[in-house]
Structure formats: C-alpha cells, structure tokens
Design a protein. Sequence first.
Length: 123
Amino acid sequence: MNKKIFFLSLVMLFLLPCMFSCSKRDKLTANTMLVSIEPRADFDIAVGESRALSAIVRNAKNEIINPSNASWSVVDSDGAADTLGIFDPKNGVDTIFTAIAPGSGQIILTCEGVQTSVNVTVQ
C-alpha cells in the first residue's frame, strides 16, 4: 500500500507542474486586438457637418479583422455622453458622425472591451 501511495505522489509531483505550465502557455499565446479610428488625427468640425469614420481592427498577427460588435460614442469635456453629435449607425465598423452642438470632447470606439479615441472640437 505504501508503494502505491509513493508512486501516486511521484506521478502527481511531475504531472501537476506540467498542467499549470501548459495553461500559462495557452494564455500567453491568446490573441490580442489593436483598435484604431480612421482618420487617426484629432479634428475640428462645424455644427451640422458630418465626417465619415472607420474602425480599423487588427488581431495579434496584425491582420485586419471585421468585428461585429464595434460601437461608437462621443463624450464632451464634462463627461456627458452624446451631447456633441450623433452616429449613423451607432454600431458597426463604418459610421458617419454629425456634429449637433459646439464644444470639445472625444469620439470613442469600443470593440470587445478594447477602446480608442480621437479628440473632436465642434464649432
């Protein structure tokens, strides 16, 4: 009986570290996503004008992917949402931003929890 316990202990001693190291390796090779807005530069726009924006999303291999869950929002310098303009559509890779009120803030693109932004000034 003692030989069985010893053998089982020996197997577990070598098997458990292998299991944990494999799971760590899998986590390190998981895809990461890079998100950017095109055009990438901050911009000024007049009330009533529109600007086309596109999401550029790349996987860990730097390949462009087309996510289904990209969403657009705008916050002003006070943190209020959707006061500077509207998006048509609000979800998707491509959108049109139309300025509706003067002020400054950020246009934010969110995709699978990853965010990026550009500054916007509405005059």
